[in-house]
Write a protein that binds this ligand. Structure first.
Ligand SMILES: Cc1cc2nc3c(=O)[nH]c(=O)nc-3n(C[C@H](O)[C@H](O)[C@H](O)COP(=O)(O)O)c2cc1C
Length: 239
């Protein structure tokens, strides 16, 4: 499941990315072309990523009118939307662009018209993309490692390098109103991204998909390619 060729430079992007809401300009033609390539790669099994330039974003986003729309066919696990969308976010970050996931910050009627949305399709999120003078300082507010996975960094390291890099990268995933609706279980053979109940759960499966991509990119950094399998309450990765 979740087939996508991961890029090694996405790991550094995880440790540089923060949401950007004020941009310097829209991406240029060359950048749009490169983002378009990624959108095609990340469109898989019921999820399609499409780039647009023009109206559609609400006023909280300034300085760019470029965004990607994630279109999902009915019945597609929402985790896949997060997984593929975050691939675009990390690619854009690696290119030096700013990004912001938006679950509320867009006009659905405009977006639905743009993508010619069909009855068996839905748009849950779009991603704003644009140039920045500099990426914001990297100061992510996240739950402690031990609160997230029940282990210290040292204990994670004893399990293995890939488990440690996977969990630490997964912990940094962005999520709707930063709720981090996941708990992570790590052992000698696997790292699992599991449900954690939160107050506002509309985007929780999508958030966990983002977290899964971070985990896979972390494992790759330690030299392991990961495969995800559905398990009770989430997805387990073996590398
Ligand atoms: C699924 C999803 C939906 C989001 N929706 C919005 C939104 O509508 N408006 C907004 O300003 N930020 C939105 N965000 C950005 C989050 O608020 C942000 O990722 C989180 O607070 C963590 O901060 P960071 O991305 O700077 O690390 C969304 C993020 C995700 C993952």
């Amino acid at each position: 499941m979740f087939e996508l060729k991961l890029e090694k430079n996405w790991y550094d992007a995880i440790y540089r990315r923060s949401s950007v809401r004020k941009f310097a300009a829209a991406p240029d033609k060359e950048q749009l072309d490169r983002l378009g390539v990624l959108c095609r790669k990340a469109s898989w099994q019921g999820v399609t990523l499409r780039m647009f330039k023009g109206p559609g974003l609400k006023g909280a986003i300034r300085g760019t009118d470029v965004y990607a729309v994630i279109v999902a066919k009915r019945g597609t696990p929402m985790e896949l939307e997060g997984y593929m969308g975050e691939a675009l976010v990390l690619e854009a970050t690696a290119m030096g662009l700013g990004t912001c996931w938006l679950g509320a910050g867009f006009y659905p009627d405009v977006i639905h018209r743009n993508v010619n949305l069909q009855n068996d399709e839905a748009v849950h999120c779009v991603i704003a993309l644009g140039k920045v003078d500099a990426l914001p300082e990297f100061k992510p507010k996240r739950r402690d490692v031990q609160a997230v996975c029940g282990l210290t960094e040292g204990q994670l390291g004893e399990l293995g390098a890939w488990q440690k890099d996977a969990v630490l990268a997964a912990r940094l995933a962005p999520s709707a109103i930063n709720q981090q609706p996941w708990k992570i279980a790590a052992d000698k053979a696997s790292v699992s991204i599991l449900e954690r109940p939160v107050l506002y759960g509309k985007f929780a499966p999508l958030d966990r998909g983002i977290c899964m991509l971070h985990a896979a990119v972390g494992a790759l950094h330690a030299g392991r390619e990961a495969a995800f399998k559905k398990v009770d309450g989430g997805y387990a990765m073996r590398a």
